[in-house]
Structures are given as C-alpha cells and as structure tokens.
Design a protein around this ligand. Structure first.
Ligand SMILES: C[S@@+](CC[C@H](N)C(=O)[O-])C[C@H]1O[C@@H](n2cnc3c(N)ncnc32)[C@H](O)[C@@H]1O
Length: 281
C-alpha cells in the first residue's frame, strides 16, 4: 500500500504558494457548487469531501464561510509542520483577500495548534467505510478525481447514500483516463481482466481502472441516488480515438471489446446526485 498523502510534501516558498493557491481555487469551485446546487450560502451546511489529497485547504475554505466540514481519505495525511502550517497560513490570507464575509479563525486555530483539530475538520478513513460518520449527516458530499481510485465503487456509493441527508446533494467529478499517460487515455482497456486485476494490485488503483461512465451511474442509481446531471467535461481526441477503436475491436481478450464508442469518447464527467426527500438512510 502506497500512502501517497503522507509522503513529505515540498515546502519551499514556491511550493507552499502553489499548494495554497490550488486549495483556494478548489475551495472556490466548491463554493460555486454550493450556490449552484444548494441555492443557499455555505454557512450552516454539513459538507464532506472525499479524497482531498495532501491537505484539507479546499474544505477549510468552506469552513471559513461557516460550513461544518469533514474529509474521508483512504490515505489521510499526517500533520507535517513544514507543510501544513505554512499552506494554511497562506490560504487564510488568500481567503481574507478574496472572500468577503469570511472568518478564518478555524484555519488559524489549526495553524496555532499544529494539528488537524477534529472539532474543526472531522476525518474518516475511507469513502468505502465512513466508519463513525452520522447517518443522514451531510447536506453536500463532494469529490474531484477520487472515484476512479476507489476499489469498491458500489459499497462507496451505498455509504455515501447513507450519510447524505434526505434532499441532500453529491457532486463527483470522475476521470476515466488511463493515468499512466494522459495523452493515450484508453490504452488500459486493451488489458484482459486477469491483466487488469494484476495491474490494479500492483498500482493499488493509483492509475485508475477500466470502469466506464455507465458503471458509476449504475452504482449511484442502485444505491438510491437520483441522477440530476451528468456533464461531460473532457472527451478523447478524435485522431487518437480513430486509432484506438480498431485496436480495441481486434483485442479478443478485452472485457470492453464491444463497448459503445460514446463510452470510450467520454474521459471525464461531473455527476450531480440527489438523495430523494423523505428517503431513509
Ligand atoms: C488524484 S487524488 C485527488 C486529490 C484532490 N481531490 C484533487 O483534486 O487534487 C485522489 C485522492 O483520492 C484518495 N482516495 C483513494 N481511494 C479512496 C477511498 N477509498 N476513499 C477516499 N479517498 C480515496 C487518494 O488518497 C487521494 O487523496
């Protein structure tokens, strides 16, 4: 198992600036999702982010706007004083400069304590388990580039359904590319099921899986979610697709040998899901 988020992060001034700006940018895109899909301010919302990566700056941006926040990651990062303190201190400055009405006290409290204080950001160890997470506990669950790394997509979808409040929303961006080489994003579909299984064991899902969009939609629907929107944000280059499709059709051992070209063309999609009002956990 490769605990990616606990590797020592670069802590040069340039690296800290980049990490803080990246977290602020994702945090602002989370705020856009709140206003688009929740149609209300972030204050008072319970928000869970899956797979935030090496720092929690994105949800802390929501905390500065009054949300109660939590994260779930299969590899939760350990506090690194050379990295987390400076990133969060810089993030607090960016938030104060860019978001009127913010209160960065929670972020500054983490910096002062030198710890991810559970009263400010609750942590859960895995989207497939969410051990200890409250049933019907979250108004909004978010993830970016996480689902393609999850081993048990069906069990994660069921867990997320259980912790989402009736009437609550999930927004998940999923990247269907072979992460080994984004310029050749479908090559892994040429593997046989046995080859894929061995490769997934070796990479521990760090490079994505062969699953296509339909498999995720079916997992979300089986869990009980309504699909509000599926927005394809990235499609395969036509020249690459024209070269790839005949190679796939000729690959008799590939499990997706006959899949629709539309499923191959779709490389990244944002899903908005809703747990019906009145639904039980
Ligand atoms: C590609 S990174 C995305 C990081 C961040 N969301 C971003 O967009 O920059 C994938 C993240 O998903 C996390 N992850 C993988 N499997 C997971 C699981 N079962 N539950 C929660 N997080 C998981 C990884 O540890 C990592 O933090």
């Amino acid at each position: 198992m490769h605990a990616i988020n606990s590797e020592r992060q670069a802590s040069s001034p340039a690296a800290i600036e980049e990490a803080a700006r990246h977290a602020f940018q994702i945090g602002c895109s989370h705020l856009d999702k709140v206003s688009t899909w929740m149609r209300r301010p972030a204050a008072g919302l319970d928000v869970l982010e899956l797979g935030p990566g090496p720092n929690f700056g994105s949800v802390l941006t929501l905390a500065a706007m009054g949300a109660r926040v939590a994260v779930a990651d299969r590899w939760l990062p350990q506090w690194d004083s050379a990295y987390h303190g400076p990133v969060y201190a810089r993030l607090a400055e960016l938030i104060e400069a860019g978001l009127p009405g913010c209160d960065t006290t929670p972020i500054r409290a983490l910096v002062a304590a030198g710890a991810h204080l559970p009263g400010i950001v609750t942590t859960y160890p895995d989207a497939e388990l969410l051990t200890g997470a409250p049933a019907d506990g979250f108004d909004l669950v978010l993830s970016n580039a996480v689902f393609e790394h999850i081993v048990g997509v069906e069990s994660a979808a069921r867990c997320l359904y259980a912790v989402t409040r009736p009437g609550g929303t999930n927004v998940h961006q999923i990247d269907f590319r072979d992460h080994r080489d984004f310029s050749r994003p479908l090559e892994y579909l040429l593997m046989t099921p046995d080859q894929e299984a061995a490769w997934l064991r070796q990479t521990d899902y760090h490079c994505g899986t062969q699953r296509r969009a339909g498999a995720y939609v079916s997992a979300f629907r089986s869990a009980g979610f309504e699909l509000v929107r599926a927005h394809v944000s990235l499609t395969a280059d036509p020249a690459y697709l024209a070269d790839f499709v005949p190679r796939l059709r000729a690959c008799s051992g590939a499990s997706l040998q006959d899949v629709d070209v539309a499923e191959l063309e779709e490389l990244s999609t944002g899903y908005v899901l809703r747990k019906p009002d009145g639904a039980a956990a």
